[in-house]
Design a protein around this ligand. Structure first.
Ligand SMILES: [Zn+2]
Length: 350
């Protein structure tokens, strides 16, 4: 099928679909975007690849969950549901619940395989790499083509206008994030190339990669390093390291000129903060705890200088980061007021 014909002829859903590796990534990496889209009453779907079995638990209150993959997965699944409620998102799919290919290579019923958090190790400042020991059912050890075919099924079913995931290096190198990016790229190709089970092919017009404007991120780091922040941090928060404003930046940070779409968090700040807080104790209003697959720094930076942004799975232009797809120029200015133009083919309007 000619992709450009599909773009021209398709009924636009106005939907957005986000692909993330672990619970809480949807809020930390793209919470403002999801909340903005939901507030505009457009369909939003979150696909979560694992349940975050090997996340790091911050603080003492939930410390007993660390290392107990099943218990942590259950807890984080509950937090994910609460976060999506806060963000206004009502459609979420765990990727391993989507029927995958049967053993004979055809697409059949569920294989029963579970995609689990692959774990990670810090290999540098703000830089994650593979864990020394890969756990059973690790997402990165699963067949990437299998995962992509499952995701392609979701894409054909939801038929989103926009797909968002991590940039190619997963924001800061987490192996599951990198794999989620790779699986998303492949799934977008598969969904466009072929239909399945009565679902016609679906061409995703715009693919976004979550990114920060590096100057905004450094400004946020500088604010975090200030005494005003130190004065209000208590308990576990006070023991967290704060990033060096002059230090190396994670791969999520890119030059501002490379960013094609910027999300203003201000109109949806309450929703995004609600998604980040997770379930609360009745009565005391304090977050029970927060897990991280990476660094709390990312959350803090996003709360102060959020820049979810973007590039299409289009033409590689510079190392690791791609420019917008053909003619895509987009800017989200607030709930219900996102504007997008696409020079050719067809048009993307919202
Ligand atoms: Zn993650």
């Amino acid at each position: 099928m000619d992709p450009s014909a599909a773009v021209r002829g398709a009924q636009r859903s106005g939907g957005l679909l986000a692909v993330h590796a672990h619970p809480d990534d949807e809020t930390l990496a793209t919470g403002a975007l999801l909340a903005t889209w939901a507030a505009a009453r457009r369909p939003v779907t979150v696909v979560t690849c694992t349940r975050g079995e090997r996340g790091e638990v911050i603080g003492t209150e939930l410390a007993h969950l660390e290392g107990d993959g099943r218990a942590l997965a259950e807890h984080r699944s509950g937090e994910l549901a609460a976060a999506l409620l806060a963000l206004g998102v009502d459609d979420q799919v765990f990727l391993d619940t989507v029927p995958g290919p049967a053993t004979d290579g055809t697409t059949g019923p569920l294989t029963g395989d579970r995609f689990e958090d692959s774990g990670m190790a810090w290999v540098g400042t703000g830089r994650a790499g593979a864990s020394a020991e890969l756990p059973p059912h690790a997402f990165v050890a699963a067949h990437a083509g299998d995962a992509a075919r499952r995701l392609a099924r979701v894409l054909r079913s939801r038929r989103p206008d926009v797909v968002v995931t991590y940039e190619p290096d997963g924001g800061y190198g987490h192996p599951d994030h990198v794999r989620a990016h790779e699986v998303t790229v492949r799934a977008v190709e598969l969904a466009a190339a072929e239909g399945e089970g009565g679902q016609p092919p679906h061409v995703v017009p715009v693919v976004l990669w979550a990114a920060h404007d590096e100057s905004a991120l450094r400004s946020a780091y500088a604010a975090l390093a200030g005494a005003a922040v130190a004065d209000v941090l208590t308990g576990d928060e006070a023991r967290l390291g704060r990033p060096d404003p002059e230090g190396p930046l994670p791969s999520v940070a890119v030059p501002g000129a490379w960013i094609d779409l910027t999300v203003d968090v201000a109109p949806v700040r309450t929703r995004q903060a609600g998604g980040a807080a997770g379930p609360r104790h009745p009565g005391d209003g304090r977050a029970r705890g927060r897990r991280r697959c990476g660094s709390r720094r990312v959350l803090r930076a996003e709360q102060r200088g959020p820049r979810a942004a973007a590039a299409d799975g289009g033409v590689p232009v510079r190392s690791g980061v791609r420019a917008a797809g053909p003619g895509v120029v987009a800017r989200v200015v607030g709930p219900g007021r996102h504007v997008a133009r696409r020079r050719a083919p067809g048009s993307l309007t919202a």
